[in-house]
Design a protein around this ligand. Structure first.
Ligand code: PMP
Length: 571
């Protein structure tokens, strides 16, 4: 398939089409899946999945190391993938293409292999206010190690780097300028050519984080004239665990390896200093993700025709989706976009007045719509915009106008009919009375009748209504549970009998419901009972594990951890 045609393109993605009958044929026996979380990771086309499987079935062997045919075959495909990447981004030489496990590792390599050895106290590293944590934390670590200082470029009201400010921030003290080509929250194509030129004019090294750009734009690193360009395969329809560090050969040649191990050496001895392999192998310690890299080559073959199509059909279609979705959202009164104007790529971030982001995202999930809520690994951006988090719809070229219609209708349904509130007095009283003794058995009974995430979600929301609100004065920094993406507070009391009593609250309705479930397990228990209780088994029994595994996303782990911490060593 070389010509972009939306329907045909969509058909290449097995996971996406397996749910199609729900929308196209109104077949309600099929569960819906509207996948709008493409900035997190994209789905994979069948040919990429097949190539990965074919490698394991037919020529799985380690690369570069053996003198047998199987290894030669694997090595050939592996190195061919490197050449394809070189071509894909217009690099001068294959030696400039380093395999990593993702954009994050690529940035860490530059920070540690180059930054750590060259930065001095008071030297400056310039980042942008909208960076992903992957392009902040590695620089913070190296700043801490070397005494360098981080400076931040501000944004315009439309979410672009404010280019008018670069002369003030990028100065002779600047040694690195590291910036996203496209922010994973704002979806704006930053004016990186100007930024790179400015960095060059003061003798600073430029690094561009292309994680969100590679699926949408044709990249030419020589035209951009950047020193480093990094990206991950999984954001451009390729496998997870594969990334690229492009770097100018002169720079890479003078950099120290980041990790030591097999393949990155020339000679190892106990008596003399170990010498390192030439580029690009010097930075590729250990066995790489061979299957993933070979499948990534297939993915590049798949994508190149669309990105380089003179008719622009692929990007015009993406633009059509963006405009359609943005305009439909704009018509909903409660929707507030986090910055002004339509984004350049399909990443649309907003909040909904009067509702917590998590409540909206989890309610949409009951309609089969996957969107993201939270800080999107861009906490400094959230602080910059004075937000605690936001919702993000991120579109890919396999998405359709029909999916957007369904998403908008579902969102309106949630908001207009107040689905989040749509719990009758009678139902509420029923739950309240069943929880009168607030025992764990009652929770288990409540959930035993639920068959789907829909009905479980409803029970959680019902339970949330039964949780008395904490007095405002108690919702303070001392009771705040950190690590929870929504705000949640926990207060404990200790009885003379040595039992704990917890009261809690959250600004998200879903979290209030989860708190009722968690507190039913821990309230009126001794510290030993609390620590011995198997919370995972409890959640699994309620049928919640697959949706709410105690991870950072919903803050469950943070709540459980806080309870355990507060009750530690007290028996
Ligand atoms: N930068 C940006 C802009 C991103 O969106 C992401 C992933 N969300 C990363 C860096 C990190 O990518 P990875 O997790 O694949 O290393």
């Amino acid at each position: 398939m070389n010509i972009f045609e939306p329907q045909l393109f969509r058909r290449q993605f097995p996971l996406i089409v397996s749910h199609d009958k729900f929308l196209t044929e109104s077949d309600r026996t099929i569960s819906p899946l509207i996948y709008f979380d493409n900035a997190a990771t994209t789905q994979k086309p069948k040919q990429v999945i097949d190539v990965q499987q074919h490698y394991y079935n037919n020529f799985n062997a380690n690369v570069h190391r053996a003198s047998h045919q199987l290894s030669s075959k694997a090595t050939f495909a592996f190195e061919k993938a490197r050449s394809l990447v070189q071509e894909f981004i217009g690099a001068k030489s294959v030696k400039e293409i380093i395999w990593t496990k993702g954009a994050t590792e690529s940035i860490n390599i530059v920070a540690q292999s180059l930054g750590r050895n060259t930065l001095k106290p008071e030297d400056e590293i310039v980042l942008c206010a909208s960076e992903h944590h992957a392009n902040i934390v590695p620089w913070q670590i190296v700043a801490e190690q070397t005494g360098a200082v981080i400076k931040v470029l501000p944004l315009t009201s439309h979410g672009y780097i404010d280019i008018d400010e670069i002369d003030k921030i990028i100065t002779d003290k600047t040694k690195f300028v590291a910036c996203a080509h496209i922010s994973n929250v704002l979806g704006r194509i930053n004016p990186i050519k100007q930024l790179i030129a400015k960095a060059k004019s003061v003798g600073a090294i430029s690094l561009i984080d292309g994680a969100q750009a590679v699926a949408h734009l044709s990249i030419d690193v020589q035209l951009l004239a950047c020193d480093f360009y990094v990206f991950s395969a999984h954001k451009m329809y390729g496998p997870t665990g594969v990334g690229v560090l492009y770097g100018k050969k002169e720079l890479l040649e003078n950099m120290q390896p980041y990790q030591g191990g097999g393949e990155m050496i020339k000679k190892v001895s106990f008596n003399q200093a170990t010498t390192f392999n030439s580029l690009p192998f010097k930075f590729e310690a250990g066995t790489p993700n061979i299957a993933g890299i070979i499948a990534f080559a297939e993915c590049i073959d798949f994508l190149i025709p669309f990105l380089t199509d003179v008719k622009n059909s692929y990007s015009l279609y993406e633009q059509k989706l963006i405009n359609y979705c943005y305009q439909a959202l704009d018509k909903i009164e409660q929707v507030k976009f986090i910055v002004g104007g339509t984004p350049d790529v399909g990443v649309i971030a907003f909040t909904i007045t009067g509702h917590h982001n998590h409540d909206i995202a989890m309610s949409l999930d009951t309609f089969g719509i996957a969107i993201r809520s939270g800080h999107h690994c861009a906490m400094p951006l959230m602080a910059y915009l004075n937000l605690t988090g936001c919702l993000r719809v991120s579109l890919a070229a396999y998405n359709s106008l029909e999916e957007i219609d369904y998403f908008i209708a579902s969102l309106k349904n949630i908001l207009l009919e107040g689905a989040l509130e749509q719990i009758s007095k009678h139902e509420e009283e029923e739950v309240l009375s069943s929880l009168a003794t607030n025992e764990i058995e009652n929770i288990i009974t409540l959930f035993s009748n639920t068959k789907s995430w829909d009905s479980r979600h409803r029970e959680i929301m019902l339970l949330g209504k039964t949780l008395p609100r904490l007095h405002k004065a108690l919702r303070s920094d001392t009771t705040l549970i950190s690590g929870c993406e929504s705000l949640a507070w926990l207060k404990l009391e200790y009885s003379e009998q040595g039992l704990y009593m917890f009261t809690a609250d959250s600004d998200a309705k879903i979290i209030r419901g989860l708190l009722v479930i968690v507190l039913a397990a821990y309230n009126k228990k001794t510290a030993i009972q609390i620590h011995e209780f198997n919370i995972n088994a409890y959640f699994s029994h309620l049928g919640l594990m697959q949706h709410l595994s105690p991870s950072r996303g919903n803050g469950l782990l943070a709540i459980v951890d806080k309870i355990k911490l507060l009750t530690k060593n007290s028996d």
